[in-house]
Design a protein around this ligand. Structure first.
Ligand code: ADP
Length: 763
């Protein structure tokens, strides 16, 4: 906390008042719980139900008291006072900050139960499959105590299994599955095919990760239709361009641009007049740009790895292989081409939604995380969410040492190895957080050369990963992990069973080493927070070099120097401040990107809501048939012999086909616009206004065009007792669809951040 104490004082009395009030309620709840200890289960459950009136938890003390008794009986856990306070904050729709190991899983289940008892359907949003099924099973006895139902949704489940799960009161599901089911449901042509019953409440675990770090990640639904393959010639020409001469990379490392010399060379080698001509700007130039990005900005073993002839992306915020991610269409192909790999086949994007847009569709969002305070601005700005900090159950016993700063990466790396070896000698377990896969592997190798046994965490599946992390607190264990590996798993001292807890505690508990500061202080604190759970001792130390990316990007070329002290460590206060300043600058850059992209995405989100309404009307009423019959009365008369339900369904399928294809075309077009607008920004137009103008214009025509096309199809397509034969007219929907996430977009640059929804086939 330390550094943020002032902040909470400055935040004023509002949260304090809440705090006092909720403490009083929790005290009262304790006596309520005592009253129920002799009651039977049914009475306790009824007391919780009785505490709900008018769609909300009215008698909070009675409610918490009954829940505490239920926890005890069903799970063998008695909620700590701080947990009950957290439940109250969640029920009022806040994001709560609770440190690792404070028992958020139970808190989430208690709040979810509260919402469910008020008749709301709750989606508990997790970051992966493993946590969704683990938490649902763990909390099942508690939820069922109240006669409520709980289920989890995970990747391998069929549509029927999902439908069944979504019908329950409380559903644990990873955020991407929630999004994929929503996208797939927007392709159905009969209401009975709907899989997802909408959630009234999203209770988001690891809220800062889902709502902020990965908010811009688009989830994509694609269908089988071959896409356009990029040319080898462009890759070839671009591969020979020289840095700083024919192209320049921006200081923040996010964008790259051809110089005039570079452009001239590309034009000459491709035998074209001008890259910037009308003909080329939306086609050749886009491809050249992609190839250049692939060459200059995407570095093997940092942004991706190559395994068995295939690209595997490294998740920017978790620092490990992201199985379900791809880069946008052309970029993925461009990197494949650069690496000489087989370029994967393209598909057609049917629909796409960002995590942010997905989460904003819930009428109520609340969440929990170990690091919410530093995301306060974003949570308020983008979701109108308030952050509540919950006290620790036991005071923090972790010692956070001041950063050790070195002039060069070389000196820093050597010092890191020394420090880990020193800690390891004492038997203290060490968890090392690195920035990327390459760094974690280099470090592991250096440690192995010193005969230190290392567990490296980067490309494992969730379950194995969780197990390795769970063991990371055992005596003498050294675990090297990339940024967010194993998030959501509690590291217990002395191994997962805590057999050697006291021995490890005597040695100082878990030691956490950060090999550099992250782009945001929040990520630093996530890592620190792995140590010192539930009053355990712990230790955290970050290493920094003045050559680190954060310092280079945040410092924007500004140089500081100071006389290093013993061991090459720079002690100067001025340099310490400079490093903190650099991190604030990179945080600001991320926020700026987020708000820019937000502006781009918001319009599309509004348009989707209009499309959704239209889709629902077509699915649930005979509006499609009415409209078609009115526009093409002669055709309608010709079909008069057919049963009405057949006609209604035929009209529905025709209308939906054109509406859905129109929407897919719209998304594709806007992606192109965004890309070319990025290029046009060079010519000093206001890109966002231009984008809005085009998006509004195109959308206005979309509805009309879809209906016109539907009328045309209605006139021509064979319709009989089996319905409309759309496939015979080449109007079939994709026979196979697949889903994936587009990685945090490396094309993100000034005013043009993540390009949503361009991507292609994943598997
Ligand atoms: P977090 O997600 O906040 O890091 P978890 O939900 O994983 O924490 O819980 C951490 C550990 O604390 C678990 O082993 C859990 O069983 C334990 N725990 C949670 N609440 C209580 C409680 N009220 N009493 C005792 N143990 C608890």
């Amino acid at each position: 906390m330390g550094a943020f104490d002032w902040f909470w004082k400055a935040m004023g009395s509002q949260s304090e008042r809440n705090d006092k009030k909720s403490k009083a309620i929790v005290d009262e709840a304790r006596s309520a719980a005592q009253r129920y200890t002799k009651s039977d289960d049914a009475t306790v459950a009824q007391a919780a139900r009785d505490a709900v009136r008018g769609g909300e938890v009215a008698d909070k003390a009675q409610f918490l008291g009954a829940l505490a008794v239920a926890c005890e009986r069903s799970l063998g856990l008695h909620p700590f006072a701080v947990q009950s306070q957290a439940v109250l904050r969640l029920l009022s729709g806040d994001v709560i900050q609770m440190a690792t190991g404070e028992g958020k899983t139970l808190v989430g289940a208690m709040a979810a139960t509260g919402f469910a008892l008020t008749g709301k359907r709750v989606h508990v949003v997790t970051v992966n499959d493993y946590l969704a099924s683990r938490d649902a099973e763990w909390m099942r006895p508690f939820v069922e105590f109240f006669g409520l139902q709980v289920a989890s949704v995970t990747e391998g489940m069929s549509a029927d299994e999902r439908r069944c799960a979504y019908a329950q009161n409380i559903i644990y599901a990873p955020v991407n599955e929630l999004g994929f089911d929503l996208l797939r449901d927007n392709q159905i042509t009969e209401r009975a095919q709907t899989v997802q019953a909408p959630g009234d409440v999203a209770l988001v675990d690891e809220a800062d990760s889902v709502l902020v770090d990965e908010a811009l990640v688009p989830l994509v639904l694609a269908g089988n239709r071959p896409g356009e393959a990029p040319t080898g010639q462009i890759t070839n020409v671009v591969s020979r361009l020289r840095d700083k001469h024919e192209y320049v990379v921006s200081d923040d490392g996010r964008t790259v641009q051809l110089t005039d010399v570079g452009a001239a060379r590309v034009e000459q080698e491709l035998g074209i007049d001008s890259l910037y001509s009308e003909d080329n700007i939306g086609t050749v130039l886009v491809k050249v740009n992609l190839a250049l990005h692939a060459k200059a900005l995407l570095i093997r073993d940092i942004h991706y790895i190559v395994v068995e002839g295939k690209l595997q992306l490294i998740d920017a915020s978790r620092g490990r292989v992201a199985d379900l991610q791809r880069w946008p269409d052309g970029l993925q192909a461009a990197v494949e081409a650069k690496e000489g790999l087989e370029v994967s086949e393209g598909g057609r994007i049917l629909d796409t939604i960002t995590l942010q847009e997905l989460m904003r569709r819930y009428p109520l969002v609340c969440g929990m995380t170990g690091t919410a305070v530093e995301a306060t601005d974003q949570l308020r700005q983008f979701y109108d969410l308030h952050v509540s900090v919950i006290d620790r159950n036991k005071p923090l016993q972790r010692f956070d040492e001041q950063d050790r700063i070195f002039a060069t990466i070389g000196e820093k790396s050597a010092a890191i190895v020394e420090e880990i070896a020193r800690l390891h000698d004492t038997g203290q377990p060490v968890l090392v957080g690195t920035q990327d896969v390459a760094e974690s592997e280099n470090l592991a190798e250096a440690l192995r050369n010193r005969d230190i046994d290392v567990n490296v965490l980067n490309a494992k599946n969730d379950r194995e990963e969780a197990q390795i992390v769970a063991e990371a607190g055992d005596i003498g264990r050294v675990t090297v992990s990339t940024q967010m590996a194993g998030r959501g798993t509690d590291i217990k001292l002395g191994g997962a069973d805590e057999a050697d807890h006291d021995e490890v505690a005597e040695r100082g508990g878990l030691a956490v080493i950060g090999t550099s500061r992250h782009r945001t202080a929040r990520l630093d604190n996530q890592l620190r927070g792995r140590a010192g759970r539930q009053g355990d001792p712990g230790y955290a130390l970050f290493f920094v070099s003045l050559e680190d990316d954060v310092v280079k990007q945040g410092g924007a070329g500004e140089k500081v120097s100071a006389q290093p002290g013993p061991g090459g460590i720079i002690e100067s206060k001025r340099v310490q401040d400079f490093v903190a300043h650099c991190q604030r600058v990179t945080e600001g850059q991320l926020l700026e990107i987020h708000s820019q992209t937000w502006k781009y995405n918001q319009l599309l989100a509004d348009q989707r809501i209009i499309i959704d309404k239209r889709r629902a009307a077509l699915l649930d009423t005979d509006q499609g048939w009415q409209e078609l019959a009115k526009r093409a009365p002669e055709r309608a008369r010709g079909l008069a012999d057919l049963p009405t339900p057949t006609l209604i369904q035929a009209a529905r399928e025709i209308m939906l086909y054109h509406l859905d294809m129109g929407w897919a075309d719209h998304l594709e077009l806007l992606d192109d616009v965004r890309e070319s607008i990025h290029l046009r920004a060079i010519a000093r137009e206001t890109p966002i206004d231009e984008y809005h103008r085009i998006a509004v214009r195109e959308f206005k025509d979309l509805a009309q065009r879809a209906v016109d096309k539907a009328v045309e199809t209605f006139r021509q397509v064979p319709i009989d007792t089996a319905g409309a034969h759309l496939a015979d007219s080449g109007l079939n929907r994709p026979s196979a669809t697949w889903t994936y996430m587009v990685s945090d977009n490396p094309l993100a640059g000034q005013g043009n951040s993540v390009l949503s929804g361009i991507g292609n086939i994943f598997r």
